[in-house]
Write a protein that binds this ligand. Structure first.
Ligand code: TXA
Ligand code: MG
Length: 354
């Protein structure tokens, strides 16, 4: 299959044509990678079981891992969901269109192929204008997981989509770099108390302000284990992972730079390919040859925005061992660390405990 790459910004006439063609691909049962404000998504018709099957195949994703259904009109939620809870309307009013996904009871119109066999459906109304136009041009109900091949870091540029999906899907819409860089916040509204399943740009405080009580799935803060199973099936897989071995080091800046320097020096002596992911403030203190400056500690949005691109670049350079600082920043720290801990497969050296 030849994958067409088409830019969809900057030239209204062409952009409209691209959107029309993309819409025809989707209604014809095909797949298109699209930008959203969070990360790129791999889109297919959510109401077509064969399209969902194709998405799983293109990503190499286990088919028990449900897909998010994207809409571009609030009123379309009622087509997908049975018994919409009041909290859904409240959250939608505050955060849609935007980086929030809500889990609710699915209607009979949503095929089990799309929900990974579950009786619930994840619904999201993205704010990216290209995503919005695309959804409307494609029938209104779009299943879209992140556009990465299963297990790899999510795609924040069209180039990342090309790397992962070229030859496997019909089209990639290039909308430039995404804004946020981390996937949407997921909240489960099916229980008595709403529950945060995946942290994102919208934090737990923001959600609680609107709906009052909010539980946080215990796996949000760390890695899942046999006793601790996440409620979002996708969060149980090792995810966002670079091919090299990533280790996180937690502690005071001096203790962290010191420990990382000792480890990288040891490995570089053995001619291993090693890199460090560092904040702007500490970067100069590392002796390692390869130091990735991910951003200033005060620039949480910048760190979130660059995280997946940095992990992918480390792959491009065949880095074998990666050491990273922890970024427990006030607003986005929960989301950033959730991704980093998964990317590290739970490998953390905690110097605050020594
Ligand atoms: O920002 C995003 O949400 C991006 C863009 C493309 O919209 N999409 C995305 O999809 O991150 P994906 O498939 O990579 O992650 C969806 C997560 C998975 O962990 C999945 O298990 C969970 O949502 N999920 C989907 N439907 C669910 C359901 N019915 N119940 C519980 N978890 C669900
Ligand atoms: Mg994903």
């Amino acid at each position: 299959m030849v994958t067409r790459v088409a830019r969809a910004y900057g030239d209204p006439e062409r952009d409209e044509r691209v959107m029309r063609e993309a819409g025809e691909i989707i209604t014809g049962g095909g797949l298109v990678a699209i930008p959203t404000e969070t990360v790129y998504g791999l889109a297919g018709n959510a109401l077509d079981p064969r399209a969902s099957a194709k998405i799983y195949a293109a990503k190499g994703r286990p088919s028990d891992n449900p897909l998010i259904v994207h809409i571009a009109r609030l009123e379309d939620m009622a087509y997908l969901v049975k018994d919409i809870p009041d909290n859904a309307y409240r959250l939608a009013e505050s955060f849609w269109p935007g980086p929030l996904t809500m889990i609710m009871k699915k209607s009979d119109r949503v095929p089990y192929e799309t929900t990974g066999g579950l009786d619930t459906v994840a619904v999201r109304f993205p704010s990216d204008p290209i995503a919005e136009e695309f959804i409307l041009a494609s029938g209104g109900y779009i299943a879209a997981p992140s556009a990465n091949v299963s297990g790899r870091p999510s795609c924040t540029t069209a180039m990342h989509c090309i790397e992962d999906l070229s030859g496997r899907i019909d089209m990639i819409i290039d909308g430039g770099e995404v804004g946020i860089g981390l996937e949407s916040t997921i909240v489960d509204l099916t229980g008595r108390i709403p529950c945060l399943l995946r942290p994102g740009y919208i934090g737990p405080e923001g959600l609680a302000k609107i709906i009052g009580e909010l539980d946080i799935d215990p796996t949000v803060k760390g890695i899942a284990s046999r006793d601790l199973k996440p409620k979002a099936p996708g969060m149980k897989y090792r995810h966002y992972a670079p091919r090299g071995e990533l280790t996180l080091v937690k502690g005071s800046p001096d203790a962290v730079t010191d420990r990382i320097n000792r480890m990288t020096e040891e490995l570089e002596k053995k001619s291993r390919n090693v890199a460090v992911i560092a904040s702007e403030e500490n970067a100069a203190a590392y002796t390692c040859r390869d130091v990735y400056r991910i951003g200033g500690i005060g620039d949480e949005e910048g760190i979130a925005h660059r995280l997946f691109a940095v992990l992918r670049e480390l792959d491009d350079r065949d880095t074998e061992y990666i050491f990273s600082e922890c970024f427990d920043t006030p607003a986005l720290g929960l989301a950033i660390m959730n991704r980093l801990i998964k990317a590290a497969g739970g490998r953390i050296i905690d110097l605050t405990e020594e």
